[in-house]
Design a protein around this ligand. Structure first.
Ligand code: MG
Ligand code: MG
Length: 269
């Protein structure tokens, strides 16, 4: 996936600069969350995001990335990731993964959150909860002395214990000056394998978890990735710095979740 094998190690100052971009992603998703309701088109949410990002002196990092046409990836229900905003309307009971990237002062923040609409089924709610929990459990493995495989195994085993599928075709990644840097961060693997965590690494960890079968297909638009069996999929993503004192989550869901509490069309899982 990545030709350059170099892994960047950032200084504490660089990590703090990076954090500003990462936090802007959460603020953008929070702003987008205010507009989610049944009947709204995903293209409208994309406009909200782009305007908010530009108003805050940043650039939507997804727009134009390998030709992607929008500022957000909006992936509803059976869509795992990379859904292109358009005319699809959000409906009651949907689960909506929104992935966003910002470039602020040359740093690329990249974070995603799965929103649940009112009327969401219990099984979809459970999938969202477990996916988010797997992210947090995985982050806890990001410690000096551990390897990427320790994180991968944690995410995979926790999700599979619940009977869910772990998507193999896509994975997390190093992040920083570019959206996708080394190393790859798979959501499946064996403990004790892969590269060691290095002080100053920043990685985007993003479990993509399916309710049933893990198999996915890519639609003819070249982007949309959905479950082959059309079952639900959830996706959460945090940017995490590896430090001597442990992992630091640089992105934040706090503002997103405050918005969810205030939006009667959404359910906080
Ligand atoms: Mg992302
Ligand atoms: Mg990512």
């Amino acid at each position: 996936m990545f030709r350059n094998t170099m892994i960047h190690k950032r200084t504490a100052e660089e990590i703090e600069e990076y954090r500003l971009s990462s936090l802007l992603v959460g603020e953008t998703l929070s702003e987008v969350g205010k507009h989610i309701k049944p009947g709204v088109k995903t293209s409208m949410l994309d406009r909200v995001a782009e305007e908010y990002i530009r108003d805050n002196g940043a650039i939507p990092a997804f727009k134009g990335y390998n030709g992607f046409p929008a500022s957000l990836c909006i992936s509803i229900n059976e869509v795992v990731v990379h859904g292109i905003p358009g005319n699809r309307e959000i409906r009651e009971g949907d689960i909506v993964s929104i992935d966003c990237g910002t470039e602020l002062n040359g740093w690329i923040g990249d974070s995603a959150y799965t929103f649940a609409l009112i009327g969401v089924t219990q099984e979809a709610e459970d999938l969202i909860r477990v996916t988010k929990e797997s992210l947090i459990l995985g982050i806890d493995k990001c410690r000096l002395g551990n390897r990427i495989g320790d994180l991968s195994f944690q995410v995979q085993s926790y999700c599979e214990q619940h009977g869910y599928g772990v998507v193999r075709e896509l994975c997390g990644h190093g992040v920083g000056r570019k959206m996708h840097e080394n190393p790859e961060v798979p959501n499946y693997g064996r403990s004790g394998t892969g590269i060691k965590f290095l002080e100053g690494m920043i990685i985007a960890i993003e479990p993509m978890i399916t309710l049933k079968d893990k198999a996915v297909v890519f639609e003819n638009d070249g982007w949309t990735c959905r479950t082959r069996d059309f079952s639900y999929s959830a996706h959460f993503e945090h940017d995490v710095a590896i430090t001597k004192s442990g992992p630091i989550i640089l992105s934040s869901f706090e503002k997103i979740e405050n918005t969810i509490k205030q939006n009667n069309n959404l359910v906080l899982v």
